[in-house]
Design a protein around this ligand. Structure first.
Ligand code: IMP
Ligand code: MG
Length: 181
């Protein structure tokens, strides 16, 4: 898998030390409030597991599962929710966790959907945010790292469902993306 990367962006140690900081910030801000974490499957799994173990607060954990990429690196803008029932988040303080903020379509759709259930508050936390003009504006309250507009894999992020289990994050070689799509 390593040979498929053009370069590594964030090694595991860099990711984990950034998560220490993010978790401290989140723990501080949610102290005394019951937090409900909604993780977006499947990309946020590694991030979620490592971040939540660093937050020593009582919290609930739930998931939403969406499809936006349909297998390749092109976003269509269409977001399909794969489950019929939304988590019960009425009057709760929600923190949405996702792997990466790219065009904004996914998180904008998730935010809108969750707002229909009348939570007390919604904040968004992403591991990565691409520096680019987004199709939809989304404010991320917590961001692990800002990156250039490149396709990255590893630590939960996939390309055609591969590379999620790499323990670090890197840029996929462009010719490989062209070959596989
Ligand atoms: P958005 O809707 O364009 O903001 O994209 C959000 C989703 O697209 C993320 O949750 C990822 O699953 C996927 N995605 C966007 N950019 C990348 C990338 O560089 N690598 C892997 N997945 C990505
Ligand atoms: Mg994906």
């Amino acid at each position: 898998m390593q040979d498929d990367l053009e370069r590594v962006l964030f090694h595991e140690t860099a990711i984990l030390s950034r998560l220490d900081q993010l978790a401290a910030e989140i723990s501080q801000e949610y102290r005394g409030r019951e937090l409900t974490v909604i993780a977006v499957l499947s990309g946020s799994l590694m991030f979620m597991a490592d971040l939540l173990r660093r937050i020593p607060l009582p919290l609930r954990l739930d998931f939403v599962s969406v499809a936006s990429y349909y297998g390749n690196a092109q976003t269509t803008g269409e977001i399909a929710f794969k489950q019929t029932a939304l988590p019960d988040v009425k009057d709760r303080h929600i923190l949405v966790l996702d792997d990466i903020l790219d065009s904004g379509h996914t998180l904008a759709a998730i935010r809108e959907k969750l707002e229909t259930v009348a939570p007390r508050s919604i904040r968004i936390c992403v591991l990565l945010s691409k520096k680019k003009k987004r199709a939809r504006h989304v404010h991320a309250d917590y961001v692990g790292f800002e990156i250039e507009d490149e396709f990255v894999v590893g630590y939960g992020l996939d390309f055609m469902e591969r590379y999620r289990n790499l323990p670090y994050i890197g840029v996929l070689r462009k010719e490989l993306m062209a070959q596989l799509t």
